[in-house]
Design a protein around this ligand. Structure first.
Ligand code: G3H
Ligand code: 13P
Ligand code: ZN
Length: 338
């Protein structure tokens, strides 16, 4: 089916009480891995691209790969989402290209590093909502600031520096009209999230529940949700990598979030680990090989396995048939009428 809005997927997920993984991509193999996992588990799919991914793939390669995905997997409701848009202009260029959903991350200034003011965030996000909804495109906003900088996007703070204030979250949704809201509850981007298995002190699920109680109809988004599984760390280190000991977000905490309003779960690092481990293994065991397919195929397969597992754990598996495509023009009419 043609690319659909993220709002349609998240509304349906809310009805069904499940979460939807949003997986980052930069290239063809990652898109293929997600589509194969979606087909195998019968899941709707959200594919997301950061500014870095858009620049790496020169936008058009990415967009046309997504059109190929929609064509080759017609049974999968599929969303193309901009991850961490840093300005109104970045969101506009994504919408112009054909993204069906954008994140305006106004929690940071346009430099993507320094925390912004509440007023700036509201103003920038509101402008994006106005522009996007006129075209039926979904908008995710963010209030509070994620930790981490190792993967390029973030304030370089610990996950607990700017945890979301529930009253401010409520105000933000009222003032902007966003469809989905990313919140900060102690997670950070990248592999190094927690020095030990997180507790209620370091991963504030209680805060998430409080926010959901205030905003029961807003789709919540958990960023920095890789679980950084030990077995994926071990493969990398076994074959010559050098990861320091680290802990991610346990899947059972994400499932608790899903029972409390989380509808979109962002995962990038786990797939990066799976891909890197698979490639390292081929290089280590068969150093004579030099055909890229010899290591990209196992890499794609390793990512597919992680994505399929997350799709099952988040509950979206089996829901592929719940969707009759709502065209973006119809979404725009609904926003205008609301
Ligand atoms: O937001 C972080 C995602 O993992 C994307 O990372 O900016 O390195 O593409 P990136
Ligand atoms: P991870 O680094 O935990 O995979 O988070 C990805 C993310 O939040 C993308 O926006
Ligand atoms: Zn993120």
């Amino acid at each position: 089916m043609p690319l659909v809005s993220m709002r349609q997927l998240l509304d349906e997920a809310a009805k069904g009480g499940y979460g939807v993984g949003a997986f980052n991509v930069n290239n063809m193999e990652q898109i293929q891995a997600i589509m194969e996992a979606a087909r195998e588990t019968k899941s709707p799919a959200i594919v997301q691209a950061s500014r870095g991914a858009r620049s790496y793939s020169q936008d058009n390669f990415l967009y046309h790969l997504m059109l190929a995905a929609a064509e080759l997997y017609p049974e999968i409701p599929l969303v193309l989402h901009l991850d961490h848009g840093n300005s109104v202009e970045t969101c506009k260029s994504a919408i112009d290209l054909g993204f069906t959903s954008v994140m305006m991350d106004g929690s940071l200034n346009p430099d993507g590093k320094t925390p912004s003011t509440f007023e700036y965030n509201v103003e920038a996000t509101r402008k994006v909502v106005e522009m996007a909804h006129a075209k039926g495109v979904t908008v995710e906003g963010e209030i509070g600031v994620l930790g981490g900088i190792e993967d390029g996007h973030g304030a370089g703070l610990s996950g607990l520096s700017h945890v979301t204030d529930p009253a401010q979250a409520e105000e933000f949704v009222k003032l902007t009209g966003v469809d989905a809201l990313a919140i900060a509850i102690g997670t950070s981007h990248g592999a190094y999230k927690f020095a030990q298995k997180p507790t209620g002190e370091t991963l504030k699920m209680g805060r998430l529940i409080e926010i959901h109680e205030r905003l029961p109809h807003t789709h919540l988004v958990m960023h920095g949700s890789s679980s950084v599984p030990q077995d994926l760390q071990d493969i990398i280190n076994k074959y010559g990598g050098k990861l320091r000991p680290t802990f991610g977000v346990p899947v059972e905490e994400i499932q608790l979030g899903i029972r409390n309003g989380v509808r979109k779960v962002n995962v990038d690092t786990d797939n990066r680990l799976a891909i890197t481990g698979a490639i390292r293994k081929v290089f280590f065991e068969t150093p004579e090989k030099f055909d890229p397919r010899d290591y990209l195929k196992p890499a794609r397969e390793a990512m597919k396995k992680v994505v399929a597992q997350r799709m099952t754990q988040f509950g979206q598996a089996g829901h592929v048939g719940d969707y009759a495509q709502i065209p973006l023009a119809e979404m725009a009419r609904r926003y205008a009428a609301a």
